[in-house]
Design a protein around this ligand. Structure first.
Ligand code: ADP
Length: 335
């Protein structure tokens, strides 16, 4: 029997290892994904277990380039619509049927094992989040270090453009409040977040998709705090599509620390303790280079100096959104 801390640790390693495999899978797109996964498992065993796996363990240097993204808004074309008889939707029944999926990777310990999320998660994985017959709502990501002002700027843009605001951190905190005392999955996620680490990717993506599905008719979404690691970039693209714009709020470390310390005094968030702050800063520094490079190559990311006053930053962001999203069209009236 594990202690809670031991269990949390084991869960973190297992999740990490699964995310590394997913990253490898998306990077290489092997012709035989099952054989690839078996090799990954073998390599994990040879290395000494999931705790010895790094995010890039399964990215081999001789990878083949990714095929170009050709469909609208960067989303990969679905394999085929399920038009056969049976319970799946046929051609007229709705275009939501998605990819042929890989079987799930069986982990020794899955956080979903005793969760009530399993059934609906499976459904959402199987079907499109947005109706492909309608124009997809705009999607903007706001990324930046902890304390860079993502939440503040997200709220301002959402209000200005009448977009829906989606804060991954806030969704997770709300879920923790509701479920953590009685649900083992959320209890473990509470420990992970309080420790300054990233919540499991499968949970994060599912929560995001729930928000999109709930607000299908939104003109646009502005997502705060996503993606935070390269595997989230790939998974989002695979399951939802490409964002229209990524705004990076760039702040000095000193500024970030000062803001977080101030917020700790004002709000008392459990992850604004010294250890978690350092861990979050370190995770951000570690992950941002690859994320920024990926979006840079696709011409999607704009860096904004976020060491300045809120209103000055917002003025710049408004101009960027206008140019990137509304350059050929009339900008919606400011609210
Ligand atoms: P901050 O940006 O200051 O870290 P947030 O409220 O955005 O604050 O996030 C709080 C915590 O929620 C993060 O430290 C992390 O544990 C979790 N979290 C937020 N976004 C993500 C994400 N995209 N993936 C995984 N965990 C996340």
């Amino acid at each position: 029997m594990f202690s809670a801390a031991k269990q949390g640790e084991s869960f973190t390693y297992t999740c990490w290892s699964r995310q590394s495999m997913l990253t490898g899978l998306m990077y290489h797109r092997p012709e035989d994904p099952l054989a690839f996964l078996e090799n990954c498992l073998q390599k994990t065993r040879e290395l000494g277990g999931p705790e010895c796996v790094a995010w890039d363990t399964f990215i081999m240097p001789d990878r083949k380039p990714l095929p170009p993204i050709t469909t609208a808004q960067g989303k990969k074309a679905p394999c085929k619509l399920d038009s056969g008889p049976g319970p799946g939707p046929g051609p007229g029944l709705g275009p939501y049927r998605r990819y042929d999926r890989l079987p799930p990777i069986q982990a020794q310990f899955s956080i979903e094992s005793d969760s009530d999320m399993t059934e609906s998660s499976g459904l959402i994985q199987e079907y499109d989040v947005f109706d492909p017959l309608k124009p997809r709502p705009h999607i903007i990501f706001i990324i930046g270090g902890p304390g860079s002002g993502k939440g503040t700027q997200t709220a301002k843009i959402a209000a200005h453009y009448d977009f829906e605001c989606v804060s991954v951190g806030e969704i997770l905190r709300n879920q923790l409040l509701q479920h953590a005392p009685s649900d083992r999955k959320w209890e473990l996620i509470a420990q992970i977040i309080a420790n300054g680490e990233l919540a499991p990717q499968e949970t994060t993506i599912e929560e995001l998709k729930h928000q999109f599905i709930k607000k299908q008719d939104a003109k646009g979404f502005i997502v705060d705090g996503f993606p935070r690691e390269i595997s989230q970039v790939f998974t989002f693209e695979e399951q939802i599509g490409s964002p229209d714009l990524v705004i990076l709020l760039a702040c000095s470390n000193q500024q970030l620390r000062q803001r977080l310390e101030k917020r700790a005094l004002q709000q008392g968030r459990p992850d604004d303790n010294t250890h978690a702050i350092e861990k979050r800063l370190e995770t951000f520094k570690h992950n941002i280079t690859l994320i920024a490079k990926y979006y840079q190559e696709r011409g999607l990311i704009i860096r904004v100096d976020a060491d300045r006053e809120e209103d000055d930053i917002f003025t710049d962001i408004k101009a960027i959104v206008k140019e990137k999203l509304f350059s050929n069209k009339e900008e919606p009236p400011a609210l």
